[in-house]
Design a protein around this ligand. Structure first.
Ligand SMILES: Nc1nc2c(c(=O)[nH]1)N[C@H]1C(S)=C(S)[C@@H](COP(=O)(O)OP(=O)(O)OC[C@H]3O[C@@H](n4cnc5c(=O)[nH]c(N)nc54)[C@H](O)[C@@H]3O)O[C@H]1N2
Ligand SMILES: Nc1nc2c(c(=O)[nH]1)N[C@H]1C(S)=C(S)[C@@H](COP(=O)(O)OP(=O)(O)OC[C@H]3O[C@@H](n4cnc5c(=O)[nH]c(N)nc54)[C@H](O)[C@@H]3O)O[C@H]1N2
Ligand SMILES: [Mo]
Length: 759
């Protein structure tokens, strides 16, 4: 399989290489931020909008899920948050005239960057069967079309309801309620491709699939390990928290195949000292090979076990289960094997051990570098073993900290966006709404693609996101999507999922976070939950991009009324008028939301309960925190091949491309680059600047090729390579997923680099 690079970039993708940066900014680097914001919004709108980001009376930044500190800066956003806001609050518009001028076949040849740059969607649009172009359609007719196709299904399980993580709690709760009243648990979400491995590992071991630390804990910790995460680009405000932790005496170990600028040195542009000098954040850098983390933590665990007095025996005795089996498994950890798996040297690991033993309060933070491998779930379980050994869960200044991606991805899960809902949640829904929700499990992302491919699912509905670009195995996914009877996207911006459609397709334009949401019951706000389980309100103030937009809750309510008809006893009309009535229901269905409306009126919001964090209670099947003892795995790479990770540049938000630079890594004006260690490159005969095709090798024998990547000699770990997503999703086989969580293994793709087939 091969895929041609798309045409239509306003700037030709012609990567140039500049100097690699060793420092990053957290809060805005004022110059680049305002430039981007003003290009999209104009000066006045840019200033007014950006000052409302993450303020107590403002809106939640649509960027990442990092929490807001209690004492906020005047500008409580980062450069990349500002880009996310500018992208949404842009003055550019995609109107019906645009669709008249651009047939779908034309849109399908355009790059994601070009599509996103066209601006905000303004009207509901319909692509009729066999038609070449989208045409404007009324909202009523649009809902009729969805109802027609759903009515034609043999079972509700032939429909799929995807969610991306920007959806508010209120919209998410209504959406899952609609899907379950219809009769399906087919609620895949971006989390399936993101932190699902964290959720799986944590639920099993500590009884709740969420992180156990608050910001305060970071400030109190002695040691913070940041593994598989690039906060300088993806969670820039985290750097300010790490700096504060350091000022309070914490030390930091970074575990990453790449030296990432933010973790090397942080320059706080909002403090005069910060701008000039910056703070070195990392005390010890472990430049690990891709996928070597489980082996690293297992060996550290064995060394802890061997150190007199290092284990917190009281905690282990009172709060844990499975210790003996784990101790037996840890005895097998072996230096040689670990050095091979990790590519590290012995001295570095011993240095790490000394820091671990010196710390009374340890936090481990991680993101996609740990979650997107075949053995991600056992890797994260091993991190839990590591923390349990020294009693580092449920103690101030210590704990697990999976750093979430999308701004409300954690909240969506809390609201029931999950294909495998807990029986207790379904019981509560049943009691509150008086219908029998389906009990059998639904489809996650990968299984939904298979179902579409095999004709077992026929209607695909997406609440946000860009499913075809974000999902693995692009060609398989696109072919699957084209087999659907109907594809529907509730979206703010144009993307490739609007160009690769089923027989019929709808685009339903919606309000963004920044916009005023006026309903019959008055002006509404919504709520979100951040990465640390804090729930708070988000209120947009801007005039909506068009007077045709409906809010996400309104879209779900109207769709539900049309599809479910008078049989539904749910008060959809009332919900649409006044979201407080939705929150009242959430309060009755979901534990931790009691008195929701009153508590969310508090300016900073409130914290959800977390039994392990708050009371050292572990609601697992054993009633204790579980040690686990999986065999150690790491990827094996045949001679002459490299292990490729697919990651984000500094100028993108997932599939939304803001620009063609990756400033900190010194890449300019292009995205089709592959970063290769200079020694590997020399062995493979690849000079810097050579163009190659990336060819992925997987046991199914299918050839997956991404053509035309410029080789950049870069100091990544030996044997490893890196290239940007989503251009490389074509290389990730649909079946190459993490055990248990089924998350695509997009951080360990075996590739060979071949002379390029394009020039
Ligand atoms: N500006 C911006 N912000 C974002 C996003 C965005 O696209 N742009 N996306 C949002 C979303 S949805 C998410 S999930 C997060 C993603 O946040 P990150 O997880 O930071 O994103 P990635 O770019 O995938 O970076 C993965 C990091 O892990 C390292 N890594 C890869 N494999 C391994 C491994 O095997 N072991 C170790 N130890 N390290 C490894 C990589 O070198 C890289 O530093 O960011 C969120 N925030
Ligand atoms: N190879 C590879 N693949 C990956 C990853 C990787 O690291 N490597 N990362 C994975 C991860 S972590 C994630 S989270 C997924 C992301 O997958 P998705 O969440 O599906 O993708 P996004 O690019 O974030 O979605 C962007 C689109 O969302 C729409 N949008 C933006 N704001 C709103 C809003 O407020 N409401 C609505 N309705 N729509 C809105 C816009 O139309 C925009 O085009 O990708 C995954 N795919
Ligand atoms: Mo994500």
């Amino acid at each position: 399989m091969a895929s041609k690079p798309p045409k239509g970039d306003p700037v030709q993708d012609a990567p140039q290489v500049a100097e690699v940066k060793h420092a990053a900014a957290g809060l805005p680097a004022i110059g680049p931020t305002l430039r981007i914001a003003q290009q999209q919004m104009g000066v006045r709108r840019a200033a007014l909008t950006l000052l409302r980001v993450n303020q107590k009376d403002g809106f939640d930044c649509p960027g990442c899920a990092w929490p807001e500190p209690d004492h906020r800066h005047k500008a409580e956003f980062c450069e990349n948050g500002a880009k996310a806001v500018a992208e949404e609050a842009t003055l550019r518009r995609v109107t019906p005239d645009f669709f008249a001028a651009h047939p779908v076949a034309d849109l399908a040849t355009r790059s994601g960057y070009w599509l996103g740059q066209q601006g905000r969607l303004t009207h509901p649009m319909y692509l009729a069967e066999g038609a070449e172009r989208y045409e404007p359609v009324s909202w009523e007719r649009a809902f009729d079309i969805v109802a027609e196709e759903i009515a034609a299904l043999e079972s509700p399980d032939e429909s799929v309801f995807y969610t991306s993580g920007r959806t508010s709690n209120e919209a998410a709760f209504l959406y899952q309620l609609f899907a379950r009243e219809l009769g399906t648990n087919n609620l895949p979400d971006c989390s399936n491709m993101c932190h699902e491995s964290s959720g799986s590992a944590l639920t099993e071991t500590i009884g709740i699939g969420k992180g156990s630390v608050l910001l305060e804990d970071l400030y109190k910790s002695d040691l913070i390990i940041v593994a598989g995460q690039n906060p300088g680009t993806n969670h820039p405000r985290m750097l300010a928290a790490l700096e504060k932790a350091k000022r309070n005496g914490a030390r930091i170990i970074t575990v990453n195949p790449l030296p990432e600028a933010g973790m090397e040195r942080f320059k706080d542009p909002q403090s005069p000292r910060g701008v000039l000098k910056g703070t070195a954040l990392t005390d010890l850098f472990l430049q690990i090979r891709l996928g070597g983390d489980q082996a690293l933590f297992r060996l550290l665990n064995k060394l802890i076990l061997r150190t007199e007095g290092a284990v917190d025996e009281t905690f282990v005795r009172e709060h844990t289960h499975g210790y003996e089996e784990f101790v037996a498994a840890a005895q097998d950890a072996d230096w040689d094997d670990t050095l091979k798996a990790t590519g590290l040297d012995r001295a570095r690991i011993e240095e790490a051990l000394a820091m671990v033993l010196a710390s009374k309060r340890t936090v481990v933070c991680w993101a996609m570098g740990l979650t997107q491998h075949k053995h991600s779930v056992p890797t994260i379980r091993e991190v839990v073993n590591f923390l349990l050994l020294r009693g580092n869960i449920g103690r101030p200044g210590a704990g697990v900290c999976p750093v979430r991606g999308h701004s409300n991805v954690q909240g969506d899960r809390t609201m029931g966006i999950f294909e495998r809902p807990a029986p207790a949640f379904l019981d509560a829904l049943e009691k509150e709404f008086g219908f029998a929700p389906p009990r059998h499990h639904g489809l996650d992302v990968v299984r939904a693609i298979r179902a579409l491919r095999d004709g077992e699912a026929k209607v695909f509905f997406a609440m946000g996101g860009n499913f075809v670009s974000a999902s693995p195995d692009t060609e398989v996914t696109e072919a699957a999507m084209r087999k659907a009877r109907l594809t529907v996207h509730v979206s703010t911006k144009l993307n490739r999922s609007h160009a690769v459609t089923g027989a019929r397709a709808l685009i339903l334009p919606t309000l963004g976070r920044t916009e005023r949401d006026l309903q019959a019951g008055g002006e509404q706000f919504v709520t979100v939950e951040d990465s640390m389980g804090m729930v708070h309100a988000s209120r947009g103030r801007l005039k909506p991009a068009s007077d045709q937009l409906l809010s996400e809750p309104a879209i779900v309510c109207r769709l539900a009324r049309r599809v479910l008809g008078p049989d539904s006893r749910t008060p959809w009309e009332e919900f649409e008028k006044d979201y407080a009535t939705v929150r009242d229901r959430i309060a009755r269905v979901i534990p931790g939301f009691e008195d929701f409306n009153a508590r969310v009126a508090h300016p900073g919001g409130f914290a959800l309960p977390h039994a392990p964090r708050d009371e050292r209670r572990f609601p697992t099947t054993t009633g204790k925190a579980n040690f686990t003892a999986a065999p150690v795995e790491y990827p094996s790479v045949p001679e002459g091949r490299l292990l490729l990770q697919t990651l984000r540049s500094h100028d993108q938000y997932n599939t939304t491309i803001y620009g063609l630079d990756d400033r900190y890594r010194g890449i300019k004006n292009g995205r089709r680059v592959v970063l290769v260690n200079p020694d590997d490159a020399r062995e493979l005969g690849l000079a810097d600047g050579t163009y190659t095709d990336l060819v992925s090798e997987w046991r199914d024998g299918v050839e997956r090729r991404a053509p035309g990547f410029r080789v950049v000699h870069y100091p990544t770990a030996r044997g490893c390579a890196a290239a940007y997503y989503p251009e490389t999703n074509v290389l990730v086989p649909l079946d190459a997923t993490a055990d248990t969580s089924n998350t695509p293994a997009s951080k360990s793709v075996v590739v060979r680099l071949e002379q390029s087939t394009v020039d």
